[in-house]
Design a protein around this ligand. Structure first.
Ligand code: PLP
Length: 396
């Protein structure tokens, strides 16, 4: 089955009683049993729900795997993986620019109970290898990263981690299974903020954990029920509906991202564009190897002040100023004041996150409208201010 066929058919049989071709929303808490302890595969909706089960099946198939567990948010999914594998006394290795919510959970929830968190530059494989100790149970990475869209070599990192006995978790939120198949590159667990491209319409919060290996998946599945952080059937139904257009949407997002990256690269008020599709991007060659498209996100550094960056982001017509990404409607974000505001300025700057770095999530609008919106916004800022220099008098 090809990818787009899977999004529409995998795990979604016609409903057996009526033949309804769209999965019903099984909005039920419990299920009538035939006799005490004798049921039809469902006994309580925290444990299992037919709408959720359909979505878990299709997500697993899209990643080329067989096991999926859904959660009420991407962070709830991360929590289940960490509770399963990062016990007190154990260690995790993460990239320096790991998603801020993951950073907060690791340092404020797991470190205080005795887990060790080591951050390294995942572009440096020797450093990753050195960071993995006998206590390391997990090596965790995102690719592309947020917001600079750095690309890490998943196959190489997996080989290094496996050689030292650690499991590899890949957060595939930015790439989606359409553009990147982490299990084929060595991942043991794949994680998603379903909130973003998978659901695709900025109308829900949801997360997923997917595995190929039943034994690796089992502790996460246990915790889905034991911790109880599940999504409701209606949200699962919305994601099932959104997923059916994943391929169409991702093709449009990716095409729009290319057009936006090209236009920004040509503008005088743009200092630098971060997009894996640009040959100048440091991760371009790896992206060509491990992805089938460059994704839908573009970031850029404005040549100007933070005040100008604020004015620009608030002035756009089609890019709504807001957190999140991956929806059909375009979004713009100023990380230093929004998603990354909680990271101290010195740390942000050390990570290369300048205060005029702007993150764009081009939606499925027309690329002409999106590009015009950005170019007009940049033009409104006028020419860049030239640093005034006091001329040195001759003879001084
Ligand atoms: C890469 C990545 N992983 C995980 C998350 C957390 O997902 P959620 O917001 O659904 O909890 C996010 C949210 O922005 C994210 O960007």
């Amino acid at each position: 089955m090809d990818f787009s066929t899977k999004t529409i058919h995998a795990g979604q049989p016609a409903e057996s009683t009526t033949g309804a071709v769209v999965s019903p929303i099984f909005q039920t808490t419990t299920y009538q049993q035939i006799g005490p302890g004798e049921h039809r595969g469902f006994d309580y909706s925290r444990t299992s729900n037919p709408t959720r089960q359909r979505l878990e099946a299709v997500l697993a198939e899209l990643e080329g795997a067989s096991h999926g567990a859904l959660f009420g948010s991407g962070l709830a999914a991360e929590n289940a993986v960490l509770q399963a594998y990062l016990k007190p006394g154990r260690a995790i290795v993460v990239p320096e620019d790991v998603y801020g919510g993951t950073f907060r959970m690791l340092h404020q929830v797991f470190e205080p109970i005795g887990c060790k968190v080591t951050s390294v530059d995942f572009g440096d494989l020797a450093a990753v290898s050195r960071a993995i100790t006998p206590e390391t149970s997990l090596v965790w990475l995102e690719s592309p990263t947020n917001p600079r869209l750095l690309v890490y070599d998943i196959a190489a990192v997996s080989a290094v981690a496996h050689a030292k006995g650690a499991l590899v978790v890949v957060d595939n939120t930015f790439a989606t299974p359409y553009f990147q198949q982490p299990f084929d590159l060595g991942a043991d667990l794949v994680l998603h903020s379903v909130t973003k491209y998978l659901a695709g319409h900025s109308d829900l919060i949801q997360g997923a954990v997917i595995a190929r290996d039943a034994a690796i998946f089992e502790p996460v599945k246990f915790l889905q029920n034991a911790l109880g952080g599940i999504p409701g059937p209606f949200d699962c139904w919305l994601t099932l509906r959104g997923l059916k257009t994943l391929e169409l949407r991702m093709d449009r997002h990716a095409e729009n991202a290319i057009r936006v990256a090209e236009a920004l690269s040509a503008h005088a008020r743009v200092k630098r564009v971060y997009f894996p599709g640009l040959p100048s991007h440091p991760g371009h060659d790896i992206a060509l190897r491990q992805m089938t498209g460059f994704g839908g996100m573009v970031s850029f550094e404005l040549d100007g002040t933070v005040e100008e960056a604020c004015a620009f982001t608030a002035s756009l017509k089609y890019f709504a100023l807001g957190e999140s990404l991956g929806g059909v409607r375009a979004l713009v974000c100023l990380p230093c004041r929004m998603t990354h505001a909680s990271i101290p300025a010195e740390t942000r700057h050390a990570l290369g996150l300048s205060d005029t770095l702007i993150r764009l999530s081009p939606g499925c609008e027309s690329s002409r409208d999106l590009v015009r919106d950005l170019v007009e916004g940049l033009d409104r800022l006028g020419a860049a201010k030239i640093e005034t220099q006091t001329p040195i008098a001759i003879g001084q």
